[in-house]
Structures are given as structure tokens and as C-alpha cells.
Design a protein around this ligand. Structure first.
Ligand SMILES: Cc1ncc(COP(=O)(O)O)c(C=O)c1O
Length: 462
């Protein structure tokens, strides 16, 4: 009774009015202590210019990719579509706190309220908008878990573009409902590796049973876009402009934490390519760079431990070496992660912005096994009610570890994490977890050594 009264007295949701939607994206490049390494041409090894990227991206996005302006205005048309689900709620996880008996306060920003169910439309919408504005009529893309493919299909439908999605085969098979969702929004979808591209056919010839990977699907989508004038390529993570668009998350959260009368000691997110993590963390890192003490934690799977065990090196963003070379933490471009259920975290690289911030000691990273992550997801669902996406559950697991460590040290922290999406289309993974059939895979040292041989001979970062 006492506990119920205490909980009722404290506020659960911190909501913003539509008029409080951020009007600008925040560009962390303007505040970074170390400049990014240049992006290199895959053929010449020389730094690339805007013209090299023009066959794949509209000029406005290329401009954002290289911009050092602190803030970039969000077009009204984008704000109007954002208002369908933004601002998103920020919750105090009082029931979770109570269940684990922590002295710490836990908050989470919930991005699963968007129509496709994750943070991904925060960048899908502006990407579709700028492409349409500059005359493209069709976009090609890859998707891992299906969240990004859904988000781009949704954005293209609302803005009026055709869309082709190459979906990593293992997810295509595990998640038929994501496929249907993508088709409902009018996009064409195919399992990757596919027969539709040269690189897909080459991979199938060598590995007919390939489960696919984000690296392979990116190759297919890039080849598709490079071969057609009407088509641009759209990437759901990793690139500077994608992370930029996601910063609406953290900007809203800063205001919402103020409403809650709190400021986080710890900010946590899961990392695949890095976009949801950056979206929440970058506006807080702005505060950290300005002198505030914040622990910023990136959570990844042991099966694909890019930040915790990868090398900081120049590498391709895709398996078939079609993309420019970027300096990032990588496990090697031909690394195919084990088919864990957090499909969106199965990527060999990570955003160069995040890599550099890790090197500069502003972000730290941890890696977890999937059964531990699912146990945390089930605890969260049983207390807060929301069924998390397996990717987002990595952030929940990281949060529980931080809270436990604080309790053991007799400390009280304020923790904020990003719940990047719901798991309504991931129930197959939950079924396997409940049946005890989820395999714990930590990346094997020999396989890591093998995969890293793929980057031997590539330029090294200065
Ligand atoms: C719900 C969810 N969270 C996180 C991710 C990982 O991507 P990123 O690191 O770009 O946020 C994905 C990718 O598909 C996702 O669907």
C-alpha cells in the first residue's frame, strides 16, 4: 500500500506539446575535440568530394554529411510529418526500479510510438523529403531487423516515392509480418542476398545458404541505386546526416528531464550502426563536452562486438566494397555476424562519429549475450508493460547492470536510456527464448582474426 502511494505521487510520463518539437537538428561535429578522419575514395584512396557521392545521395544530404554548423533547420514539411508521433514520451520506470529494488532513478525515452515502431522514421522522413525535392522518384535500401525498411517504406509512401527494400535473409524468414508491413506501405521487398543484383548473385553462387548480413544488403541497395538515374540510395544508420536527424530524440529528452526535475548521470543506448544511440546521446554529449559529468554507455551484442573488440581502421561500409572507405571501429567488411535475434545490431562497422568519440574517451561500450538481454527484456515487459525490440533490450540490460553496480557501490544514479523500438514483430525471438532455444554466441577469436584480414592493405587512419 505504501509503495503504491509513493508511486502514484511521482509522475510517470513526461510529455511535450507538439509546439515543443525541436526546430533544428544538432550537429555534434561542431563540438568534437578531434576532427573526423576524411572519407576516402575506394579506388584512389584519396579524400572524396561531394561529386563522388552525387550518384547516390541528394546534394542537401551530402551538404549535411560534411557540415560543421552546430545546428541545421528542420524543414516545415518534415516537422509536419514528425508531428504524427513526435514529441515522443519520456517515462520514469518506477515499477522497474521497484522490482529490482534499486536506489537509482531510471528514465527512458520511448521511440516505439512512431507508426513503424522505432526511431528510424526520424531520418527516413527527411531523407525521402530531400530526395523528392531534388527530383529522385525511387529509393533503394537495405534492412536488417525490418525496422528501417518499414520506416523508409512509410516515409516514401507519405512523401510520394517508390521504394525497394533488400531485407537480410535471416530476418526476412524470421519476420514475415515486417515484410507485410513494408508491402502495406507500397514498397517492393526481396530477401538479400538476392538474384536482383550482380553482387547478390555472386554471393549466392559462393554461399547458396548465406543468412545475409547488413553488409551484403547494403551492397545490393547501393548497386541498385548506382545503376539507375531515377534512384538514390538511402541508409538508415552510420552516416553523419542520419545521426544528425536522430538528435530530435535527445533534444526532447533534455527538456523532459528538466520537467522531471532531474538530469542523467548515465545515458545509455544500444548500438548497431549507432543512430538511436547518437540520437539520444549527442545532445547530452554536448553538455558533457561543455563540462558536465555524464557517463555515456553504448551497448552491443557479444556476437557482433564492434566497439568493444573491433579495430579502429579504414574499411568499406559494405561487403562487396562498393562504398567509400570510412575510419571506424570495424570487424572487417566480409564478417557475417551469427544470426542473433537483434538483427539491427548485426553490422560489422559503426558510425565514424561514435568511433571517434569512443577514441576520445567520451563514450564507453559494453557487449552482452542474448539470453541475458532477453531476460532483461522480459523483466522490463513485466514491470513497465512495453515489449521491447531485441535491439533496444540491450540498452535495458545495460541500464540494469549500471543500476546494480551503483547499488553495490552504495551510490544513487539517475539513468536515462533509449527504448528505440517495440518488439511486436519479434515474438518469434521471444518464443525461442521461452523455449530455451536461444543460443549464446560470443564472437570467436579465430573468426575475428580471419575477418580482420579483409582490411589488411587498406589505408590507415592518421
Ligand atoms: C529498434 C531498433 N533499435 C536499434 C537498432 C540499431 O540501429 P542503430 O544503431 O542505427 O540505432 C535497430 C536497427 O534496425 C532497431 O530496429
Amino acid at each position: 500500500m505504501q509503495q503504491t502511494r509513493t508511486r502514484a505521487a511521482s509522475q510517470t510520463k513526461f510529455l511535450l506539446d507538439e509546439s515543443q518539437l525541436p526546430r533544428r537538428w544538432y550537429n555534434i561535429r561542431s563540438d568534437m575535440p578531434t576532427a573526423l578522419q576524411p572519407v576516402l575514395h575506394p579506388g584512389t584512396g584519396e579524400p572524396i568530394g561531394p561529386d563522388d557521392l552525387a550518384p547516390l545521395f541528394p546534394m542537401e544530404l551530402i551538404g549535411q554529411e560534411v557540415s560543421e554548423d552546430a545546428e541545421i533547420a528542420i524543414p516545415d514539411e518534415v516537422l509536419e510529418i514528425y508531428s504524427l508521433w513526435r514529441p515522443t514520451p519520456l517515462f520514469r520506470a518506477s515499477r522497474l526500479e521497484e522490482a529490482i529494488g534499486t536506489r537509482s532513478r531510471i528514465f527512458y525515452k520511448y521511440e516505439g510510438v512512431s507508426p513503424p515502431g522505432s526511431h528510424k522514421p526520424n531520418t527516413a522522413v527527411p531523407q525521402a523529403f530531400y530526395n523528392k525535392k531534388e527530383g529522385r522518384t525511387r529509393l533503394s535500401t537495405e534492412t536488417g531487423a525490418g525496422q528501417w525498411g518499414s520506416a523508409l517504406a512509410f516515409a516514401c509512401r507519405l512523401i510520394g516515392l517508390e521504394c525497394k527494400v533488400y531485407m537480410v535473409k535471416i530476418s526476412y524468414e524470421q519476420k514475415p509480418n515486417r515484410r507485410s508491413m513494408i508491402q502495406t506501405w507500397g514498397a517492393e521487398i526481396v530477401a538479400s542476398p538476392s538474384e536482383d543484383t550482380q553482387c547478390g548473385r555472386a554471393i549466392l553462387e559462393e554461399h547458396p545458404d548465406s543468412p545475409g548480413s547488413l553488409g551484403i544488403a547494403i551492397s545490393e541497395a547501393v548497386e541498385d541505386a548506382a545503376g539507375r538515374d531515377d534512384t538514390a540510395y538511402s541508409l538508415g544508420s552510420v552516416l553523419n546526416h542520419v545521426l544528425l536527424h536522430q538528435t530530435v530524440i535527445g533534444q526532447e529528452a533534455l527538456v523532459q528531464m528538466e520537467l522531471a526535475g532531474a538530469f542523467p548521470d548515465v545515458v545509455i543506448g544500444c548500438v548497431g550502426g549507432g543512430s538511436n544511440f547518437a540520437g539520444l546521446a549527442f545532445p547530452f554529449l554536448r553538455e558533457k563536452i561543455a563540462g558536465r559529468d555524464i557517463d555515456v554507455l553504448a551497448c552491443e551484442p557479444e556476437a557482433c562486438p564492434t566497439l568493444t573488440r573491433g579495430l579502429f581502421a579504414y574499411d568499406f561500409g559494405d561487403t562487396s566494397k562498393l562504398t567509400p572507405l570510412v575510419a571506424m571501429h570495424t570487424l572487417g567488411h566480409d564478417f557475417v555476424p551469427a544470426p542473433i535475434h537483434a538483427g539491427g545490431l548485426r553490422y560489422h562497422g559503426v558510425a565514424p562519429l561514435i568511433s571517434q568519440l569512443v577514441l576520445d574517451g567520451l563514450i564507453r561500450a559494453e557487449a552482452y549475450l542474448q539470453n541475458d538481454v532477453f531476460a532483461s527484456a522480459v523483466l522490463f515487459a513485466g514491470t513497465e508493460g512495453i515489449l521491447p525490440a531485441p535491439e533496444a533490450a540491450h540498452a535495458i540490460h545495460g541500464t540494469l547492470r549500471v543500476a546494480k553496480a551503483a547499488d553495490e557501490a552504495g551510490e544513487e544514479r539517475t539513468i536515462l536510456f533509449n527504448l528505440s523500438g517495440h518488439g511486436h514483430f519479434d515474438m518469434g525471438a521471444y518464443d525461442r527464448y521461452f523455449a530455451g532455444k536461444l543460443e549464446d554466441v560470443a564472437l570467436d577469436e579465430d573468426e575475428m582474426e580471419r575477418a580482420l584480414r579483409a582490411i589488411e592493405g587498406l589505408p590507415t587512419p592518421a
